[in-house]
Unconditional design. Structure first.
Length: 326
């Protein structure tokens, strides 16, 4: 970037849903990095997906330049698309989760990498932290050991827990987050894989690190298996959606069902081994395979559902599985 070239305009967006304490910790860090950024003119946006608007007092009490918008439509895809719309005057949007805290230099690292490579998106690592010692079964599952890659690596897709997207490319391709994945998760996988299928490039910046504190209620085998099951269904639904749109990378229901069956078989074989690590990986593969298979036949797991009775009370046992045209 030359001295005569103005720095890009970047919107740092955090989507939130009833995590006021986490948001209170995150905002000072985001604003600090936005104000001190040398690679971009950055501003911070909070998209509140809680119908009650619980994040508004937190943003109002914060000292610093933070914009608040309320997106009451349920589903993370609606919140992500609201962030894209709010970035109409910007060149890029950076997504970060409300339960994360960026490491020093995170924002400049992402923007520097993007301006250097000129790609559609740049993703960075999420480092999970937790209190106490992790159960050997959970550790072996690999669920909380996020991947690290060499900076510059080309990616097939990415999540929005630490991701910069070029808004100019999104506008040119007409790509947005698919509401069909709003309550199931996976709209970020769908969008980024669609970009790649359209010939765009995503790359990795290992220096752009964020930290995620994993709460105790996620450090369970039930959570891990449920997450593998859900991501398996998402895998199938994304590939079927790509195929419907005539894009490379799409797969048939039969091909996906065979992949799911193969994962189930490999998982079952590991389950009978004596080592805890083998049994853990076997259970996770079995859950993933079941998810791939179920997604292929038209079922989806609505992990982020917010079912309510007509009177507005939350049900104690919401229905998670629904039938769909994947």
């Amino acid at each position: 970037m030359t001295g005569s070239t103005p720095p890009p305009r970047v919107l740092v967006a955090v989507l939130t849903f009833r995590r006021v304490e986490e948001l209170s910790r995150l905002l000072p860090v985001l604003v600090g990095q936005a104000e001190s950024a040398t690679a971009a003119r950055a501003r911070v946006l909070v998209v509140d997906n809680d119908p009650a608007g619980s994040a508004e007092p937190v943003v109002g009490a914060h000292v610093g330049d933070v914009r608040y918008v309320h997106e009451p439509r349920p589903g993370i895809a609606a919140g992500r698309n609201r962030a894209l719309a709010e970035g109409a005057g910007c060149d890029a949007v950076v997504f970060v989760d409300d339960d994360e805290v960026p490491a020093p230099g995170w924002l400049d690292a992402l923007v520097d990498a993007w301006t250097r490579w000129g790609c559609a998106g740049v993703a960075g690592p999420v480092v999970s932290t937790w209190e106490g010692t992790l159960d050997p079964w959970l550790e072996a599952s690999g669920t909380f050991a996020r991947p690290r890659r060499t900076t510059g690596s080309v990616l097939p897709g990415a999540a929005t827990n630490n991701l910069l997207l070029d808004l100019r490319i999104l506008r040119r391709t007409g790509t947005t987050f698919d509401d069909a994945f709003g309550l199931t998760g996976g709209s970020d996988t769908m969008l980024t894989r669609e970009l790649v299928a359209r010939g765009e490039q995503l790359r990795w910046c290992d220096e752009a690190e964020v930290l995620e504190a994993v709460p105790a209620d996620r450090l369970t085998r039930e959570f891990v298996l449920r997450r593998h099951l859900r991501t398996g269904t998402t895998w199938s639904r994304v590939h079927l959606a790509l195929r419907r749109r005539g894009l490379p990378g799409g797969r048939t229901r039969t091909g996906l069902a065979l992949r799911g069956a193969a994962l189930i078989g490999r998982g079952a074989a590991l389950l009978v081994r004596p080592r805890v690590a083998d049994r853990s990986r076997g259970a996770c593969r079995l859950a993933s395979g079941a998810g791939v298979l179920l997604g292929a036949i038209g079922l989806r797991y609505t992990e982020y559902a917010r079912p309510r009775t007509p009177g507005g009370q939350r049900r104690t046992s919401p229905t998670r599985w629904t039938s769909t045209s994947p």
